[in-house]
Design a protein around this ligand. Structure first.
Ligand code: BGC
Length: 260
């Protein structure tokens, strides 16, 4: 089996590892480099080059991007440089890394969703599942019977507040907001619950899978997540879901690779 490298571009770190597509396990220890200040395309490309060289990898590379990705083009950039908006990032990365690599790009939360559906907390779950990643931003992956509807961007919903002022969900309930505003887990959990309840009203999911860096310490905040009709569980692949999903997606796109 050819090995696919999964790379996850996040707000604070860019992480990579080769992935076993049959088990979803990492085949080598993950490498993490800091996301360059401002996450400009050239600086990010430089980090990607260092990561593929570190693993001495050639061939298929799956890369997540923290914004809308449609046919290899990056169409939004909430937490990275605005230079990405409208770019053919797939071609930019493929040319930048060189002819030894075949790059495939997708949204970061969508990658987490694919990985959780295949190997993680949403494995075998029928009906609607929402994978919500709580990190620098809020990402979403909408799955129905394991099939992904890409680029849902539900972190950018607006919520009503008692004062009547609309709140941008990501700017009010992301994990970064908890840190920046020094919110207690209880207070932040209340905000996340309010946000998820709105998603529950709109989509009636059977299950919420909550991912991102915070999934590593779910015991601290999960008790504060209160929902009426659905269950919420932490991402089983924790912060590795992006890497695994990126590799899965790339394998599915590459002409000569199956998921075997
Ligand atoms: C972006 C999404 C992304 C999420 C998590 C949001 O600001 O718009 O595309 O999935 O952050 O990184």
């Amino acid at each position: 089996m050819s090995v696919v490298l999964g790379v996850d571009i996040g707000g604070s770190g860019i992480k990579a590892a080769p992935v076993d597509l049959n088990t979803g396990e990492l085949l080598a220890e993950r490498m993490r480099l800091p996301t360059p200040e401002g996450a400009e395309p050239d600086a990010v490309l430089d980090v990607l080059g260092r990561l593929v060289r570190h693993f001495d990898h050639r061939g298929t590379v799956g890369i997540t991007f923290p914004g809308i990705v449609q046919q290899g083009r990056t169409l939004s950039a909430a937490n990275v440089s605005k230079k990405w908006v409208g770019m053919d990032a797939d071609t930019f990365m493929t040319q930048g890394l060189g002819s030894d690599y075949d790059v495939h790009l997708l949204n970061d939360a969508d990658a987490a969703g694919l990985a959780e559906a295949r190997f993680g907390a949403a494995q075998g779950v029928r009906g609607v599942v929402l994978v919500v990643t709580l990190g620098t931003g809020i990402g979403s992956a909408l799955l129905n019977d394991g099939v992904l509807v890409p680029n849902t961007e539900l972190g950018h919903l607006f919520l009503d507040s008692r004062s009547g002022k609309a709140r941008h969900a990501e700017s009010w309930a992301s994990a970064k907001v908890r840190e920046d505003k020094e919110l207690s887990y209880e207070e932040w959990g209340g905000r996340v619950s309010r946000y998820l309840s709105h998603l529950e009203l709109l989509f009636s999911p059977t299950l919420f899978v909550l991912g991102g860096g915070v999934s590593k310490k779910a015991n601290k905040w999960l008790p504060y997540i209160q929902l009426e009709r659905s269950r919420a569980v932490p991402a089983a692949l924790k912060n590795e879901a992006g890497i695994v999903g990126a590799a899965m997606y790339a394998a599915g796109q590459a002409p000569s690779l199956g998921e075997g």
